[in-house]
Design a protein. Structure first.
Length: 629
């Protein structure tokens, strides 16, 4: 084996994809092998010794034994470390196989849905996804994604706490907890009901500002998988005419667009550029001033409204440098008189025959003015709209006495693909300043401009006053604020649902929306949290300061936590000395690996289990929530 091992290591080092921080990466090798990666197979076949060990000939066809190869790579002799040796020694195995390499597994969790993000409650808690490098069987995954219990309910009306007796579709929701599990819980009630999903996910830049800091060796694939899992369930929540908008910057825009094209078949993908930082960044060689909003819109459905603009009056006679475009002869149906009384448009006359001509541009009759589209030179032009379609435009027209012209009020226009309006989309004046005025004590350095999000929302739900809007990267609550602002301006009853897992949801996000409701003296929302169980132990492990604290947590875990059925607690007790020889990071990682990941949060179907200590009041609220569809 030693000769094969040496040959294989030297062979794999030729593939730069398999090297992370100068070392071969076991997980990446196994990942590509299980995918039957073409380049990896060609590399393995290039060595007669390796070909003989891992390939079998079946009726003239070479078959790669990927299970044998996986076992070989996973063996502790292949790039061993103290953590692997210790974990293997204490018997985390089933039927002679280490459970992290079990054949029954189809999903490697950190790379397939990055559940480790669910344990992150502080922005500075940067962790490597190896904390969560577990594998789950299909039936376990199904159980993991079942609806969860909501707890710690609070209801606010116009900024004040009020008693809560139910949670219905008429409520705005702010949910604290892992967004993947929140989405699967919301799916029970909201599937097919969400008109707009607007999200502003972690941007994943290659810099210190990256909030998506897991294993940098697999950062790209981890980020895409992280997004894929959440987008898949979000799609199920969308109504038939529902849309998705994703805010993103240059770092992942192209990759995300490809992913969206794959996931959202039957949808159009439009990439809008928004100038959100006109001062520019300090980056080199280019100073970036923009980011993107990717609109995912169902095909063959007119769901994007016209852009709302400030009131602007324009000549109702078509103006064009190309004379042939605005003459009466181009469309005689646009040649008719507009009737004005006391400078107000009150009606429209009939279209003249092509060979008929009015005496002059304005004719007075019965104390009314009949205004024709004839210019000062006597040339017959045309109105903007045909006589057949103009009836509904009467309120948008006026007679400008000074100019002696009919003018049309311009209040909307088709959206351009580049959004730039001085100050409106600026994340400084439109984002940071607004939040600080509402919640002075916050750490958001560059939040979205309220009007950036407002205009995105307006594009989809501007004409739907009863729409439900979902944001599962809630952040500081800009989406909820924008939804409330939309309602304030047009009297709408749109509802928002935002999900956020960081602790700041309690003192920033919730407080911001409470203040908005209080200032406007209108609006309400329900705040709740996913009910934690094993997640509480994860939090304690990650907050521990030393090995002594970790061992005390282990003692508590033995009594109260749901542990993986594959482990025997006494084996861990008997190996305390070896546990203490591990690095502190590996000690944390190891204890987290012992927890049953299906029970990070309390399953709704197990709510009656006394082990979870769910109150009768909370049970009743959950029953009401899940019963209403």
């Amino acid at each position: 084996m030693s000769n094969v091992l040496k040959i294989l290591i030297n062979l794999l080092k030729k593939d730069q994809r398999l090297i992370v921080d100068g070392n071969l990466a076991k997980n990446k090798i196994i990942e590509l092998a299980l995918q039957l990666d073409k380049e990896l197979l060609k590399l393995l076949l290039s060595s007669p010794e390796i070909k003989k060990v891992f390939f079998q000939e079946v009726e003239g066809i070479l078959v790669f034994d990927k299970i044998k190869f996986q076992n070989f790579i996973s063996n502790k002799q292949f790039l061993p470390d103290s953590f692997t040796k210790y974990k293997n020694k204490i018997g985390l195995a089933s039927d002679g196989q280490y459970f992290t390499d079990s054949r029954e597994v189809v999903l490697v969790w950190p790379y397939k849905d990055c559940i480790l993000e669910g344990g992150q409650t502080k922005e500075d808690a940067k962790r490597n996804e190896i904390f969560w490098n577990e594998t789950l069987a299909p039936d376990e995954i199904d159980r993991l994604l079942t609806p969860k219990v909501f707890t710690n309910f609070q209801k606010y009306e116009v900024g004040k706490v009020v008693p809560i007796s139910d949670v219905s579709l008429n409520d705005n929701l702010i949910i604290k907890g892992n967004n993947l599990l929140s989405l699967y819980s919301l799916k029970e009630k909201y599937q097919g009901k969400i008109k707009l999903v607007y999200i502003d996910p972690p941007y994943n830049p290659d810099s210190k500002s990256n909030t998506f800091v897991y294993n940098n060796g697999f950062n790209e694939s981890t980020w895409l998988t992280f997004m894929k899992n959440r987008l898949e369930v979000a799609k199920k929540l969308l109504s038939p005419d529902g849309c998705l908008i994703v805010a993103i910057d240059k770092n992942e825009q192209s990759e995300l667009t490809v992913l969206l094209k794959e996931l959202f078949r039957g949808y159009e993908i439009h990439v809008i550029t928004i100038v959100h930082n006109p001062r520019g960044t300090q980056s080199k060689p280019f100073s970036y001033i923009h980011e993107y909003a990717i609109f995912v819109v169902p095909k063959d459905k007119e769901v994007i409204s016209e852009r709302k603009v400030g009131v602007e009056w324009q000549d109702f006679v078509i103006s064009s440098n190309n004379v042939s475009n605005n003459l009466r002869t181009t469309n005689n149906n646009c040649f008719y008189p507009i009737i004005v009384e006391n400078e107000k448009v009150v009606g429209f006359g009939e279209v003249l025959g092509e060979k008929e001509h009015p005496e002059k541009s304005i004719i007075e009759k019965d104390n009314k003015l009949y205004v024709w589209p004839i210019d000062e030179k006597g040339i017959e032009r045309r109105w903007r709209y045909t006589r057949k379609s103009v009836e509904n435009e009467k309120e948008r027209l006026r007679m400008n006495k000074k100019k002696n012209k009919i003018e049309c009020k311009k209040t909307s226009e088709t959206y351009k693909t580049v959004w730039y309006e001085k100050g409106r989309y600026d994340a400084g004046s439109g984002g940071t300043t607004i939040i600080k005025n509402l919640v002075p004590d916050n750490n958001f350095s560059f939040p979205k401009s309220l009007w950036n999000v407002y205009d995105c929302l307006y594009a989809v739900v501007g004409n739907d006053k009863n729409a439900i809007i979902l944001d599962f990267f809630g952040g500081s609550g800009t989406t909820a604020h924008a939804a409330l602002e939309l309602n304030r301006q047009d009297g709408g009853s749109r509802k928002f649902i935002i999900c956020e897992q960081m602790d700041y949801i309690e003192n920033v996000t919730k407080e911001r929306i409470r203040k908005v409701c209080e200032i406007d003296n209108k609006g309400s929302f329900v705040y709740c949290e996913l009910a934690e169980f094993n997640q509480e132990f994860v939090n304690q492990i990650q907050e521990a300061k030393n090995t002594v604290e970790l061992w005390k947590i282990w003692e508590k875990m033995k009594r109260m936590a749901f542990l993986s059925y594959r482990i025997e607690p006494k084996d861990i007790d008997n190996s305390k000395q070896e546990f203490e020889e591990l690095s502190f990071t590996n000690q944390q990682k190891f204890l987290i690996s012992l927890l049953d990941k299906n029970l990070l949060y309390v399953p709704y179907w197990d709510m009656e289990d006394k082990s979870y200590e769910i109150s009768e009041e909370v049970k009743e609220l959950n029953k009401q929530f899940y019963s209403e569809k």
